[in-house]
Design a protein around this ligand. Structure first.
Ligand code: ARG
Length: 462
C-alpha cells in the first residue's frame, strides 16, 4: 500500500481496528492546501541543497500544483487506507509523478515537523478571519454608540440599579474587550510567526544541509525554530489560540446575556429584528432570542475545547507523541464555531432596536442618584463619610414614602441635613448626573464622544 509512510520493518499490515483508530483523514484533510504549500517549500529547499535535479524539482512542483487544483475543484479525496493527510498526499503525489520522483520529497523532513509547521500556517489564516469578524462586531457596536449618543439607561452592579450611564458608554464597554481579543490574536500571531518548525525533522533536526530559513520565509515565517525537539513537541501555540477563542466566546456571551435580559417583557430595552429571532412551535406569540442564546451556549463549548486540549498536553513527555494528533479537532471546532457564530451574532446586534424612552424612564429609578447627592455634598465641603450617611438618609426617607429622590421637597431635604440646599437638585436629574461624571473614561456625554473616537481609532489601527 503506497498510502503507508512506513512498513519496511513490518512483516504484516496493521489490523483494521488499529487503522480505524489511527486514521485522521476525516478531520485533517482540510489541511491539504497547507500541507501542499509546505511540500512546495520543502521541494525548493531540497533543490537548493542539490538533492533534486532541475527536472525532478520541476516535476514535483507540477505534481503538487496539480494536487492543489484537484483539491480546490473537490476532486481529490483520501482513501480509507490512508493514515493521515500527509500519507494520503504522498500516495496521490506518487500516482501523479511516479514513485521515482515522488519518493524523493520526503527526504529531510518528518510528519512531526511537517504537521507542527502547517498547523501554525492554518491557524494564522483563521486568526486573521476571526479578527476581521470581531472587528465587524466592534464596528456595529460603535455604530449603535454613535446613533444613540445622549441616550441614558440604568447602569447596574449586582444587576441592581446603580448609577445612570449613557447607552453608548455601555455598548462600548462590550466593544473594548473584543478589541483586546483582536490584540490577543495579533500578539499570538507575532509569536507564532517567529518560528517555523520545518527542519526539526522527527525531533533531532536534519542532516541533509537543508536551509530551514528559506522554507520559513516561503511559508510566511520570520525564522525557524531554535530547538528541533521544541519544534516538534510544542503545542502551546494551539492552546493559546484555543484560549483566545474561548475568551472571545466568553466576551460575546456577556453581551448575549444582556440582549436576552434586555429583550424580556419586564425589561423591554430592546426589540430583536424578525430576521434575527425565532418563533415557537406551540406558542404563537413567541419571539425568542435564539442567536444570543446560542452565543451564550457556544461559549461553554469553546471553553471545553481549551480544557480538553490542555488535558491532552499535560505531562506529555518530549518530543512527539501520537497524543498530539488530538490537538486538531478541538481547535478546528473552535474555529468553525466562531466563524459561524460571529457573523450571525453581529447581524443580530446590528438590527437591535433600542427603546431609549423606556431606558430613560427607568434610569433615575431605584435611587440611582444617591451617589450624586453624596458627591454634590463633597463638592460643598462635607466629608464623604457624612455625605454618604446623609444621602443614605434621603433614600430611607424616600423608601418610607414610596417616592424617588427628586420628589423630596426643599423642607424634607433641609430637615435631613442643612447642607442639602435646593441647589442639590442640579444633580438630581439623570442628565445632571451623567454630565457630572466627566473624568476620563466617565459617562459624561463629552467623554463618551471622546471615547467613541478613541474606540474607532483603535479599531482602525487593529
Ligand atoms: N497525523 C499526525 C498528527 O497529526 C502526524 C503524524 C506523526 N505521526 C507519527 N507517527 N510520528 O500529529
Amino acid at each position: 500500500n503506497t498510502g503507508k509512510l512506513w512498513g519496511g520493518r513490518f512483516a504484516g499490515g496493521p489490523s483494521p481496528e488499529l487503522e480505524a483508530l489511527s486514521r485522521s483523514t476525516h478531520f485533517d484533510w482540510r489541511l491539504t492546501p497547507y500541507d501542499l504549500a509546505g511540500s512546495r517549500a520543502h521541494a525548493n529547499a531540497l533543490h537548493r541543497a542539490g538533492l533534486l535535479t532541475d527536472a525532478d524539482h520541476a516535476e514535483l512542483l507540477r505534481g503538487l500544483a496539480s494536487l492543489d487544483e484537484r483539491f480546490a475543484s473537490g476532486e481529490l479525496h483520501p482513501d480509507p487506507s490512508d493514515e493521515d493527510v500527509h500519507g494520503a498526499l504522498e500516495r496521490l503525489l506518487l500516482e501523479e509523478v511516479g514513485p521515482d520522483v515522488g519518493g524523493r520529497l520526503r527526504a529531510g523532513r518528518s510528519r512531526n515537523d511537517q504537521i507542527a509547521t502547517l498547523f501554525k500556517v492554518f491557524l494564522r489564516d483563521h486568526a486573521a478571519t476571526v479578527a476581521a469578524l470581531l472587528l465587524d462586531l466592534v464596528d456595529v457596536l460603535a455604530q449603535h454608540a454613535r446613533t444613540h449618543l445622549g441616550a441614558v439607561m440604568p447602569g447596574r452592579t449586582h444587576l441592581q440599579h446603580a448609577q445612570p450611564v449613557l447607552l453608548s458608554h455601555h455598548l462600548m464597554a462590550h466593544a473594548w474587550p473584543l478589541l483586546r481579543d483582536v490584540g490577543r490574536l495579533a500578539d499570538w500571531d507575532a509569536r507564532v510567526a517567529s518560528d517555523s518548525p520545518y527542519g526539526s525533522g522527527a525531533l533531532a533536526g536534519q542532516s541533509l544541509g537543508l536551509d530551514p530559513t528559506g522554507v520559513a520565509a516561503e511559508l510566511g515565517f520570520a525564522g525557524s525554530t531554535a530547538n528541533s525537539i521544541d519544534g516538534t513537541a510544542a503545542r502551546d501555540f494551539v492552546a493559546e489560540f484555543a484560549f483566545v477563542c474561548a475568551q472571545v466566546g466568553v466576551d460575546v456571551s456577556r453581551l448575549a446575556e444582556e440582549v436576552i435580559f434586555w429583550s424580556t417583557r419586564e425589561v423591554g430595552f430592546v426589540e430583536l429584528h424578525d430576521s434575527w429571532s425565532t418563533g415557537s412551535s406551540i406558542m404563537p406569540q413567541k419571539k425568542n432570542p435564539d442567536v444570543a442564546e446560542l452565543a451564550r451556549g457556544k461559549a461553554g463549548r469553546l471553553i471545553g475545547n481549551l480544557t480538553g486540549l490542555l488535558g491532552t498536553l499535560k505531562a506529555l513527555p518530549l518530543a512527539y507523541n501520537r497524543d498530539l494528533q488530538e490537538d486538531k479537532e478541538p481547535v478546528f471546532d473552535s474555529v468553525d464555531t466562531l466563524e459561524v457564530l460571529l457573523p450571525a451574532f453581529t447581524g443580530m446586534v446590528e438590527t437591535l432596536r433600542f427603546d431609549t424612552d423606556r431606558m430613560a424612564a427607568l434610569a433615575p429609578q431605584g435611587f440611582s442618584l444617591a451617589t450624586d447627592i453624596a458627591e454634590w455634598l463633597v463638592r460643598e465641603g462635607v466629608p464623604f463619610r457624612v455625605a454618604h450617611e446623609t444621602a443614605g438618609a434621603c433614600v430611607r426617607a424616600c423608601e418610607a414614602r414610596g417616592i424617588e429622590l427628586a420628589d423630596l421637597s426643599d423642607t424634607e431635604l433641609s430637615d435631613i441635613s442643612p447642607a442639602l440646599t435646593p441647589e442639590v437638585r442640579e444633580v438630581l436629574t439623570v442628565e445632571g448626573s451623567v454630565a457630572s461624571r466627566d473624568g476620563r473614561g466617565g459617562t459624561a456625554p463629552r467623554r463618551v464622544e471622546e471615547q467613541l473616537e478613541e474606540l474607532n481609532a483603535t479599531a482602525a489601527a487593529a
